[in-house]
Design a protein around this ligand. Structure first.
Ligand code: CP
Length: 313
């Protein structure tokens, strides 16, 4: 299916076909990454700005490398060393970047809706790299890509998302993508962090870990988002781990081919122990690897590329 969007702001507004277009495009770019020469000229002469106003390791580096692989010029904006510290607004900052001919602005911001706000008045393409507790679309796309690659399908799979759902943008984007692609989604965690509202859009909710993971094909663990929680949501981290932490003993009660995912960063010893994080069923680092191909695909598509053109790049 052709791609018509200038921006990638969220998964909620994408159709299943659009998600599949990104995944197909990422597949082609993953093949490019396996060639001797991994760089293609698709974004030659274009300027990509990484506007990260919240910390990031994986997403920022992955977007930077993806832009380099596409031959774009890349600017990494450092919020601490910028005039944001002197009170300049996000709108003025972004308009100045556009005045310097930025073609694509990748934004991470602690406020939900910041990418949508920029997209309303900038001609540059905007990519959401995580906005508060709202969405993290490229994380969900790389998660879908990893599931598809490992399982050969997404439709009909049982996917359990475990942990802090309430404050997680990764959870929201994954839920939208999984439901649109026909997976069965179960959410599990402390009742304070797993709101019943998600049942209305088609998720199953349980507060019992064993029940949540018994039939899962995929278990996606989430970090407790302390930085976004405004009050204490459970008595202690120790109690959270005792009730919801994944370990060898609990893993032994899951399907033998169930896979473990985590968007990172991992809090080892909280949502899962180290042995589990590094076990043979963990695809956590493969998610990171796939993030590169997915982000190349997103940069290519928002810049006006079409999936069928990749073979010619
Ligand atoms: N998964 C993810 O968004 O990681 P970073 O915060 O390191 O980018």
């Amino acid at each position: 299916m052709p791609w018509y969007r200038k921006d990638l702001l969220d998964i909620e507004s994408l159709s299943a076909e659009e998600i599949k277009t990104v995944l197909d495009t990422a597949r082609a770019f993953k093949a490019v990454g396996e060639r001797a020469i991994k760089k293609v000229p698709a974004l030659r002469g274009k300027t990509v700005v990484n506007l990260f106003i919240e910390p990031s390791t994986r997403t920022r580096i992955s977007f930077e490398l993806a832009a380099h692989r596409l031959s774009a010029d890349v600017i990494n904006f450092t919020a601490e060393a910028s005039s944001l510290r002197k009170g300049e607004t996000l709108r003025d900052t972004a308009r100045n970047l556009e005045a310097l001919n930025a073609d694509i602005i990748i934004i991470r911001h602690s406020c939900a809706g910041a990418p949508h706000f920029l997209a309303r008045f900038l001609k540059a393409s905007i990519i959401n790299a995580g906005d508060g507790a709202h969405e993290h679309p490229t994380q969900a796309l790389l998660d879908m890509f990893t599931i598809w690659e490992k399982k050969g399908r997404i439709e009909g799979l049982n996917v359990t998302i475990l942990g802090d759902i309430l404050y997680s943008r990764v959870a929201r984007s994954n839920i939208w993508a999984l439901l649109k692609l026909g997976a069965n989604v179960t959410l599990c965690g402390p009742a304070t962090l797993v709101p019943r509202e998600f049942e209305k859009i088609g998720c199953r909710i349980t507060y019992n870990l064993e029940e949540a993971i018994a039939q899962a094909d995929i278990i996606n663990l989430l970090r407790i988002q302390h930085e976004r929680q405004r009050k204490t949501m459970f008595p202690s981290l120790g109690e959270y781990t005792a009730l919801y932490g994944l370990n060898r003993e609990r893993l032994a009660k899951t399907k033998p081919d169930a896979l473990l995912m985590h968007p990172g960063p991992i809090n080892r010893g909280v949502e899962m122990d180290s042995q589990t994080a590094d076990c043979e069923r963990s695809v956590i680092l493969e998610q990171v690897t796939n993030g590169l191909a997915v982000r190349m695909a997103v940069l290519f598509l928002v810049n006006g590329g079409q999936p069928q053109e990749i073979a010619a790049t």
